[in-house]
Design a protein around this ligand. Sequence first.
Ligand code: GLU
Length: 415
Amino acid sequence: MLPRASSAAEAAFARLGVPDALADRLRVPHREVSVQIPVVGDDGALRVHRGFRVQHSDVRGPFKGGLRFHPAVDLEEVRLLAELMTWKTALVDLPFGGAKGGVAVDPRTLSPRERELVARRWTERVGAAIGPMTDIPAPDMGTDAGTMAHILDEWSRTHGYEPRIVTGKPVELGGSLGRVAATGRGVVVALETLLDQRGLTPPSNGGDVAVAIQGFGNVGEHAALEAHLRGYRVLAVSDVSGGWLDPDGLDVPALEDALESEPGRQLADLDVAGATRIDATGPLFVDADVVIPAALGHVVDAANVDRLTAPIVIEAANHPLTPEAAAALVERGTTVLPDILANAGGVIVSYFEWVQGASLLAWDEAEVLARLDARIAAATRQVLRAAGEAGTLRDAAMDVAVRRVVHAMELRGQG
Ligand code: GLU
């Protein structure tokens, strides 16, 4: 008996009548690499971490997905996230498959030198399985452009210079303009398209829309800034340390400036005049029109879902709702914009970066952003159309994605 795919994928296989023989190829990852990452720390002691790369499917193109450094990383989580990437790239119609990598380590405990070594050892150990036409890593939780620069450098030692081996790298090394802010921007563009199609008034047309954002990492911070710039009332934000609530709307650029004024500062270290302190999960449960979980997975579960009262939830994180919580929200009539659509902006600009790398051309930022907005908006409209009056957006998004992957398998034949 083969293992099952995610519950969302299994439900789509059943709805679409995908034959078992085809579904089985999506239930088991194409390849899983599990490695040891030995690092001599700054104290001279050797520590060994677990590292992974799971390549779920490459039927539509090279494996694609981020690499995360987080203490909770394990093979099961990476496997689920790799599968999610297959659906995400298919939904926004990129010529990529799905993959994910991880190292079970807390990056906040590492010095810059130790972080670099973790990235280098990971690259060395999974190096045979990745490549510019095979599998292209990118940043995810706990990793950034600097990590991608180290992967690029390590991989190039044995293979020669190849900018397409990673995306999300520094612009100076062939990264794309617009990549860092892409996921957060995509979240807001998807929200804007949703409001528009549902006959609600976005701030650009004078509407008052209150949003609350949980998570102030790369995704949450840029989503907050983008929302603020477009006239949304960002009434609550948080990071792991805690957060702030101001029903009149927070001054997001001022928060960013305050955080940047001292390295290592977190939201709870600030003093925000006129705002009330809330805890790290606070934004999920405030009285807002839109709640945006943008940090860890499974923050909303069966135990706390009753406290989430906003009529719209945008999944900016990967899997922020447990399947039980997602079902409870849908039952209650909450509109949930699923992760494979809402946070696809990052991998979309990764694709643009990869294309720029292949052609050795650099696009200007306006071109990148216009293409990003167009793709996210088109995918959102497609999902809204597919959902019709009664269907859920997650089911509709999964159906579009699964259909595309299955069709590609059918075209490629039995192998
Ligand atoms: N880590 C991001 C995601 O989960 C981006 C992946 C990529 O750009 O390949 O979508």
